[in-house]
Design a protein around this ligand. Structure first.
Ligand code: AMP
Ligand code: FE
Ligand code: FE
Ligand code: ZN
Length: 279
């Protein structure tokens, strides 16, 4: 059985591989399919699709959206139509909110004498700048030893340059993906520190608004954790998905396809996802 990776970020958001490079890397690794799931944008999809066609690997168009639910919960969307009016409007709003946050972050850093400007960030990273991009620049300027160090000391919640941004409510996010013809999937369920009951409440709320899948295989999840999530997915009749959350050099411990080493996502999971997209 060949392997796939359904959770990959590119330079269209906060990854360091261009869409083309990501697809090439996937081909080198022998993956049969990958999904591009950038934060708040599908701008990387056309370039990735073109390269995927050339190399004979399957490209799944996707997106990842941070939503509001007490703490932030991430929803993956697969196969939504980026031109669907309501979805497009929501994405434009998210990018604007992100942009405002980014301007404030850059301003606050500049006020402390760090030679960073929003214009410089925007020129280099495009419209969907993420905190890891700030981390990257803080490393280059010698203020941090690594992107992780930059998060820990400067840009993680509670640190001096952290500024929150507005997010859509989780219900609306699931709906907007569904309305655009996409399959909404709950991303990395163990990142939210919910107990079984809390996770079930989250799943049930999302399912009321159209959730169809759950990311059961993810970088760093143990066999036991994945088995638990797969069982939960089966119980709720959610389609299980899996991916690494590859960000290139911005998350250096995570490899495409294999995550922190042990991740293996079988091609068969893509069939389930495609069945939901078609149905
Ligand atoms: P943003 O959406 O711009 O606020 O940035 C969120 C991105 O930062 C996501 O891709 C996360 O994976 C990444 N991120 C969040 N917290 C951390 C952390 N403590 N260390 C490294 N990356 C993080
Ligand atoms: Fe990210
Ligand atoms: Fe995420
Ligand atoms: Zn991600």
């Amino acid at each position: 059985m060949r392997q796939i990776d359904l959770h990959i970020h590119t330079t269209a958001s906060d990854g360091t591989f261009s869409p083309k490079e990501a697809v090439r890397h996937a081909a080198e690794l022998g993956l049969s399919a990958i999904a591009i799931t950038d934060h708040d944008t599908m701008a990387g999809v056309p370039e990735a699709r073109q390269e995927a066609e050339r190399l004979g690997i399957e490209l799944v168009p996707g997106i990842e959206i941070s939503t509001r639910y007490g703490r932030s919960i991430h929803i993956l969307g697969y196969y939504p139509d980026p031109e669907a009016p309501g979805f497009k409007r929501d994405l434009d709003w998210m990018i604007r909110e992100r942009d405002q946050r980014n301007q404030q972050m850059a301003r606050r850093m500049a006020a402390d004498g760090i030679p960073i400007s929003y214009e410089m960030m925007h020129r280099r990273f495009g419209p969907a700048i993420g905190r890891p991009n700030f981390g990257q620049v803080l490393v280059e300027l010698g203020y941090a030893d690594s992107v992780q160090d930059a998060f820990d000391r400067f840009i993680e919640k509670g640190q001096p340059y952290y500024i929150s941004r507005q997010m859509l409510p989780i219900e609306r996010t699931v709906e907007t993906i569904c309305e655009a013809g996409g399959v909404a999937v709950l991303a990395h369920p163990f990142q939210y520190r919910l107990d079984d009951r809390g996770l079930r409440e989250l799943i049930e709320l999302c399912m009321d608004h159209g959730l169809q899948g759950m990311e059961c295989l993810y970088s760093g999840y143990t066999q036991a954790q994945s088995a638990y999530l797969l069982k939960l997915a089966e119980e709720y009749r959610l389609c299980p998905t899996g991916g690494s959350d590859f960000h290139g050099a911005n998350k250096p411990l995570i490899q495409m396809g294999s995550g922190k080493g042990a991740l293996r996502v079988p091609e068969s999971l893509l069939e389930g996802l495609k069945a939901r997209a078609a149905g």
